[in-house]
Write a protein that binds this ligand. Sequence first.
Ligand code: C5P
Ligand code: MG
Length: 329
Amino acid sequence: LIFLSMLEDDYLVPELEKATVRIRQPERVRGIIRTLREQGVAKLQVVSDFDMTLSRFGCNGRRCPTSHNIFHSSHVVSEDGKKKSVKGDVDSVPFPSAMLQLKDLLHYYYPIEIDPNRTLEEKRPLMVEWWTRAHELLVQQKIRKGDIAQLVRESEAMLRDGFKEFFDQLHKNNVPLFIFSAGIGDVLEEIIRQADVFHSNVKVVSNYMDFNDDGVLMHFKEPLIHTYNKNNTVLQGTQYFQQLSSRTSIILLGDSMGDLTMADGIPKVENILKIGFLNDKGLPPPPHPVLTGLLQVDERRGKYLEAYDIVLESDETLDVVNGILRYIL
Ligand code: C5P
Ligand code: MG
């Protein structure tokens, strides 16, 4: 009998044997997963980050865009178009000058965002600065609501492999999925919509654009959500977690140290399993400072292993999450 139950445990979630999986306390993790299953589906809710957690980090050896970055994807604006627009021909291309400047901001601030040697206190004001400047640039470019669907369609943004099973399983079992994102809500909703998985159990809290009557971007709605304030402070007044207070089993998915506080507003947490994607590896050597993240993976690993129960390194799939859900549901 003991032998049988050991066997059952080992095969509890076969995906946990994947080479991408790192776990500091395997026994503890197995215990949490078993408890999540015992507690049942009625008590479960999923809280997830969007960019680089539900969406892919790399594709075809390059970085995939975040919901902010689709506005400077080279697919959208051709080299020819860039030149033309600099001369003032704005009809042919939507947001040319923002392209360069948004990229500059990314190159400057992204290494700061993921730097394991800076404290959150140091990072927070710099993140506010990054988001504020990026949003100002987007507003200057007079982005139109009607352009977003096409931009998303033409971008390389994509959800992680296995996304359909993930979204469909949760929907079928009436498990609420809360997407808590410091990206751009209008864009990420469109990505999910185009993937055909924007089901009724999905709720998004993110930075939303505010358009005027002509559909032109005027500003971003408050509160500003950046990497390091994804906690209850920006959820005041939403009542979302209060309405789900009987759901005390949580699966949290993130890719940043800032994602760890996303479930802080849940009134009663009995069991929580934190799964973190440690991206930034497996891509070609850095041609540009934005990829200094590549060099920091080893330093970041230790912190991730301490903070997340399961760390997925260079894993572009939702296989492990789906395996766990299959076992629980
Ligand atoms: O959905 P999530 O919370 O992950 O979205 C935030 C991510 O978007 C950050 O990790 C950051 O690297 C990225 N970002 C960006 N360009 C900006 C602001 C944030 O790519 N202007
Ligand atoms: Mg993210």
